[in-house]
Design a protein. Structure first.
Length: 326
């Protein structure tokens, strides 16, 4: 008999790929989707779609009934607010309710999808690892701070009540089926513009398919109470944009943004302190940082696949073209 998995956030970029791969691996998939969520992609999959809210004990109870596993990938991911309270219900309360429902249902493994923002970034030579802490300046980001708090909530539950949970933390994902789009907005920014401004920093770019595979492997692999960074290839923004330019076969002119841009914003904040300016400073700081991470632990313990970034970029460009995003 096929094992049943509840996937939250299944209408999102990563959640869709998780659901698709679960079905290919002969799992039974149940998804709990908000009333207004776009389910066009999910309708092509043989999964059970339940409309409801992750803030509702009743809706969660209906969705989780009979499930063996939970992969909690749903979150409020917009990064337009510094206010933690704007994210509490979506990112903290929902996680608490799912934990309680999972205990009642005696779930075998709970996979929580966190964020690489819960760890400290590193350089290409010394990328960030799972033993690093939360970067304090990200308390100014409601999204990053709330994901970190939910992450810690999961780890506390594993220690205090032997809750069978594991944490995975993807970096910046690349690949097809980014319907909203989410991380694909960075790629579309370049594809839609001839003049492209880029900051001096960089990111860890991971194939969404590789991240999804690691999430599924975490149902049976890895250690309870452990965290795993799902990273891929560490590239500067310039290197990433140059690859997109090459594979799109179009001319784009890349123009670096000086880091001195941050100084007038910081000066304005000292004169007129407010949360919006503080968030802007935080976001600019991230853009100019070497936001690099290691996937050594995930490759070893979750059998995470390699990210073939060139193939992921090509597939993403092709999908955007075929679906009239560009």
């Amino acid at each position: 008999m096929a094992k049943k998995v509840l996937v939250t956030g299944a209408s999102g970029f990563l959640g869709f790929h998780i659901s698709k791969q679960l079905l290919q691996a002969n799992y039974e998939v149940v998804t709990l989707i908000r009333e207004k969520s776009d389910t066009r992609l999910l309708k092509n999959l043989n999964c059970k779609i339940i409309r409801g809210s992750l803030s509702s004990t009743k809706d969660i109870g209906k969705a989780i009934k009979g499930c063996d596993f939970v992969i909690h990938a749903a979150a409020k991911t917009s990064q337009d607010s510094s206010d933690f309270e704007d994210y509490r219900e979506a990112n903290i309360t929902s996680t608490k309710l799912l934990i309680e429902a999972s205990k009642k249902e005696k779930i075998s493994r709970f996979v929580f999808v966190s964020s690489a923002n819960a760890f400290t970034m590193g350089s290409k030579a010394n990328p960030g690892k799972e033993d690093s802490g939360f970067m304090s300046f990200l308390k100014n980001s409601g999204y990053a701070h709330s994901k970190y708090k939910a992450h810690q909530l999961i780890l506390e539950e594993t220690k205090e009540s032997n809750f069978p949970a594991i944490v995975v933390a993807p970096t910046f994902m690349v690949g097809p089926y980014d319907i909203k789009p989410s991380s694909g907005r960075l790629m579309l920014y370049l594809l839609k513009n001839k003049l492209v401004f880029y900051p001096k920093g960089g990111k860890s770019f991971v194939a969404v398919t590789a991240a999804a595979t690691a999430c599924i492997n975490a149902l049976k692999m890895g250690e309870t109470g452990e965290s795993y960074l799902l990273s891929g290839v560490n590239l500067t923004y310039k290197e990433y944009f140059e690859k997109i330019t090459r594979f799109s076969e179009e001319n784009h002119f890349l123009i670096p943004i000086p880091k001195s841009l941050l100084k007038p914003v910081e000066g304005l904040y000292r004169i007129i302190p407010n949360k919006k300016l503080l968030l802007l400073i935080t976001n600019i700081q991230m853009l100019f940082s070497n936001n690099y991470f290691s996937n050594t632990k995930a490759k070893k313990e979750l059998n995470m696949p390699e990210t073939h970034i060139d193939s992921s970029i090509r597939e993403s460009i092709q999908w955007f073209q075929e679906n009239n995003y560009i």
